[in-house]
Structures are given as C-alpha cells and as structure tokens.
Design a protein around this ligand. Structure first.
Ligand SMILES: [Mg+2]
Length: 391
C-alpha cells in the first residue's frame, strides 16, 4: 500500500503571528528579524516579498529595499506558544508527526484514513482547525513521499493545498527545476547543467549508472528522487543531535580578549542549555564567521562527555587557535555540543576532581541554572564577563 504523507507549513509564520497579535498590521509589509542592526530577516509577510525581502537577508539590506516596512524583533517565546497549539492539532490525526522546524512538519496519515477519511480530507480539516483555533493559515502538500509532499506544499503557498496522486508523481516532478530536489547545491547544479540537465524530468532520463559514475552514492540518490522514489519514512521523535548557541556581533571583533569573553559567554550558555535537558556532549564544535562571511568550523572530541562550561570554554580556546580569528576580523562565533547522551556516565569525572569537588561543582551549576531561570541568561555569567564595558 502506498503511503500518504502530508507536509504542513505555516505561511510566513513569525510575521503572521505578529499580525495576529496586532491586527492593525494586516496588509502591511511586516518584517521580523534579528533585534540588532546586523541581524538577518527571519520572516516576512507576503506584502513585503514584492520588495525583494526574503529570509536570511541582512536586516540592513531589507531596510534599504523596503524603507516603509514594519520591522519587528523576533519573539521566540510567543511563536513557540503558537507552535505548540498547531502541533497539538496535527497530533489529533496521527501519532506519526515529524516536526521539521517550529512551523512545519510531516504527517504520515496512511493508517488514519479509516478513522478520518482521505489524506485530502484530513489536510482540509487541519487547515480549517488551524484557521479557526489559531487564526493563521497553513499550506499543505500531499504525496506518497516526504520530498514530493514538501515541494507540493511549497508550490501551493500561501494558504494552499496541493495533492499529488502517487501515479502522477513523475508527471508532477518533470517540469520542475532540479534545484527543487533535496541535495542539489551549487556544485551539483553546475555539473548537471553541463550534462544538459535543467529539469527533474531531464534528470530522470539520465541512466542511473551514469549519475553514479558522476556523483557516487549521491548520484544514485538523485536518480531515485528524480523518479519520485524516496524511502525515508516519517520519524515522529527525531532525537536532538546537537545543541548550541551563536552570536553575531554588532562590530567585528579582532581583539583576542574580546573573542575569549564571547567564547566564555557562549560556553556558559551552551553548557546551561545542555544541563537543563539533562544531557552531556562529547564533541565540541566552534563556528567562526569572518567579516567577509567566510565560515569555518573546528571540532574536537573529548575523551569523556561534559556539561561543564569551563571545559567547553577551554576546548573552544584551543579550537580558536586553529582559526585565523583575530588576524581576520570575526563577525560571528558559535559553539555547539554534539554526540549528546543523557547524564554523565558514572566514574567518568575529570581526573582533577575528587568526589567532593564534583559535588560542589554540581551544586554550583544547579544554583546558577536556577538564577538564570529566574532572571534571564545574562544575569548569570562568569566574573570575567562582568568587566565588559557595555554589559
Ligand atoms: Mg513556514
């Protein structure tokens, strides 16, 4: 039996929530973005898009393109609240809900049809409920595979419903540009273009062996996708793979001491976040974006997992040495912890700590976490950060 998958994606989610909370914004170009001058656009209402506004664009450029736009800061806590209601609606129809982000997800409704009717009926009902209970619009795509469902919902935006019958999948895909396929980035795109491939239909006519020769395993995957074959199933509870924080600075940093301060601040926040989830991480990744937007990452795997800011900070200090940070001005720093597991394995404490030291440290962490919970993250930072003149 063919699967039936619905991809649901809220339309201009953050901007729509802002309009919902302030109806006087309806019909206006609303642009939600990083609070700072150097932040990026995270969401724009459909009224803003004709001006060339799109997400990931620097807010400064958006202000030039659309000077009369209404620029609002990101209110993540509020969007999270709305997101929870939306996902609760999705879950009424199937337990097989895979969130892709705060405002979109896949539903496998193959087994729900006896109870609720066809996938199309379910999608219509969900769209109605989201409109009535939340006051927002959600676009839906229905197909027998995840990637086709996602393309379909995108083509229907905003406020659309696009249904692709299983037997019509290839016909639906054929005229679309290859950039619609997952995994076709700039390099693959150029190589395919040289082979005379512009549409998914063109791609589907290239023999699989040739794609495999050209692109290896990735070529095989592309061959299958172009024919509408995508064996990936809807994964209801995707475990979190990494946790991290990053910061774009209002001025590029070159001073080593300032860079260290930011690293310590990030390490403190990341460690706190990991502890709050009862997790520890074994791999520490440092992300550095230079002023010319070139991005480098450096990783180190610890011998034992950690949730300790000092250890994350020390590791990142070493990793920073392996970059040109300082010699080249730095626009953004980020720290990520991955290979997460729950809790510290017994007997794997640092060799430098005795049992009592470890306990004191955990009590301290606990107290700091509680303070941060009550007064906000910036209330509790290590002493070194307090010297910072503008904090
Ligand atoms: Mg969306």
């Amino acid at each position: 039996m063919e699967r039936e998958i619905i991809h649901l994606d809220m339309d201009a989610f953050y901007a729509s929530v802002e309009v919902l909370d302030d109806p006087s914004l309806a019909g206006k170009p609303v642009i939600v973005g990083g609070g700072r001058e150097r932040g990026v656009v995270t969401s724009a209402s459909y009224e803003a898009r004709p001006f060339g506004i799109h997400s990931a664009q620097p807010v400064a450029s958006a202000m030039r393109l659309c000077p009369h736009g209404i620029f609002l800061p990101v209110r993540m806590a509020r969007y999270q609240q709305v997101s929870e209601i939306i996902f609760e609606i999705f879950c009424r129809f199937t337990p097989l809900v895979e969130p892709l982000s705060i405002d979109e997800g896949f539903l496998d409704v193959t087994g729900s049809r006896r109870l609720f009717g066809s996938a199309e009926t379910i999608a219509r009902e969900i769209r109605r409920l989201v409109r009535e209970e939340v006051g927002l619009t959600v676009s839906a795509g229905i197909a027998s595979t995840k990637f086709v469902a996602k393309i379909a919902s995108d083509l229907g935006k905003p406020d659309g419903l696009v249904c692709v019958a299983h037997e019509k999948t290839q016909e639906f895909l054929a005229p679309l540009p290859i950039t619609r396929l997952w995994g076709v980035g700039a390099v693959t795109f150029k190589a395919l273009k040289r082979m005379g491939v512009a549409t998914i239909g063109d791609l589907s006519r290239i023999p699989g062996e040739r794609l495999r020769r050209e692109f290896g395993k990735h070529g095989e995957h592309l061959h299958l996708l172009s024919r509408g074959v995508d064996p990936r199933s809807v994964e209801p509870h995707r475990p979190v793979k990494s946790m991290g924080r990053e910061e774009t600075f209002s001025e590029d940093l070159t001073d080593r001491e300032a860079l260290n301060r930011e690293l310590l601040s990030l390490a403190t926040k990341v460690a706190r976040r990991v502890r709050r989830h009862g997790l520890t991480g074994k791999t520490v990744t440092l992300k550095v974006k230079y002023s010319d937007f070139e991005l480098v990452t450096r990783s180190a795997t610890l011998d034992t997992p950690t949730d300790d800011a000092a250890r994350v900070y020390a590791t990142c200090g070493d990793l920073l040495e392996k970059t040109k940070a300082g010699a080249r001005p730095v626009r953004l720093l980020g720290i990520y912890l991955s290979r997460l597991t729950s809790g510290l394995p017994a007997g794997q404490m640092s060799l430098l700590e005795d049992e009592g030291g470890r306990e004191r440290r955990q009590q301290l962490h606990h107290a700091l976490d509680e303070l941060a919970e009550r007064f906000g993250e910036d209330a509790v930072l290590p002493g070194m950060l307090l010297d910072k003149p503008d904090r």
